[in-house]
Design a protein around this ligand. Structure first.
Ligand SMILES: CC(C)(COP(=O)(O)OP(=O)(O)OC[C@H]1O[C@@H](n2cnc3c(N)ncnc32)[C@H](O)[C@@H]1OP(=O)(O)O)[C@@H](O)C(=O)NCCC(=O)NCCS
Length: 199
């Protein structure tokens, strides 16, 4: 079954797929600037913004586990700054910075599993004040080229609660294909070839 292609009518115009500097392995240069957001590695100064949104009940509603404590979050951000981008069995998180508001409004990330080479499981969380405005989609549209072109993944997957319409709505808008839905969890995927064929 062909994946639903990106519907340009319900979002921003297509963004260029190159020219954002993802090729560099230097952490400070791993930055993408789009029309409205910058996707980059976390820095220690992002702690307050990160703590605020990742502990928000709206954000936590469909996420497992408890919010991080301040200490755990500080350790997490420090580890992210030093993480090799191809490290397996690791969560690779990237901050989404809003230049106008000068704050981190959310994050996107990928889990690279050692036993599933060439694939990545993605996730995202954004501060509620920035929901419903296309920021998550815009960030993901710039994160996907990094996954498919720089990390050279062949397939990206994602899962969410079946009732988390905002989450699977985003997956669909990114052109991801529904794999399974058991009524509790939905799983989606996007193959590199399908992504490249999108208009
Ligand atoms: C999942 C999540 C990131 C989705 O965020 P989102 O803001 O709905 O996603 P998008 O950035 O694609 O925004 C799309 C919405 O913005 C609207 N929109 C408004 N202006 C827009 C613009 N300029 N461009 C694109 N979309 C725009 C779209 O119509 C769409 O609204 P709709 O869902 O009512 O149709 C967010 O709900 C979230 O952080 N949830 C909590 C954490 C979570 O559950 N994460 C997933 C765990 S599996």
């Amino acid at each position: 079954m062909r994946a639903r292609v990106l519907d340009r009518s319900d979002g921003p115009p297509a963004l260029p797929r190159d020219g954002y500097g993802w090729g560099s392995r230097s952490p400070e240069e791993r930055t993408i600037t789009t029309a409205r957001v910058t996707v980059r590695r976390f820095a220690p100064g992002d702690l307050d913004d990160f703590l605020t949104y990742q502990s928000d009940p709206v954000v936590r509603a469909h996420l497992p586990g408890e919010p991080m404590s301040a200490g755990a979050a500080a350790g997490f951000l420090a580890r992210q700054a030093d993480l090799d981008e191809r490290q397996t069995d690791a969560w690779h998180a990237f901050a989404v910075h809003h230049p106008g508001d000068d704050r981190v409004i959310g994050d996107v990330g990928v889990w690279l599993a050692a036993d599933r080479p060439g694939t990545g499981d993605i996730g995202f969380q954004f501060a509620p004040a920035y929901h419903g405005q296309g920021y998550a989609r815009e960030a993901m549209q710039q994160f996907l080229p990094y996954l498919f072109e720089t990390l050279d993944l062949g397939e990206v997957t994602a899962g969410c609660d079946s009732v988390n319409r905002a989450s699977w709505g985003l997956m669909r808008r990114l052109g991801m294909e529904l794999m399974t839905d058991d009524g509790t969890v939905r799983r989606y995927r996007l193959r590199a070839g399908t992504w490249r064929d999108q208009p």
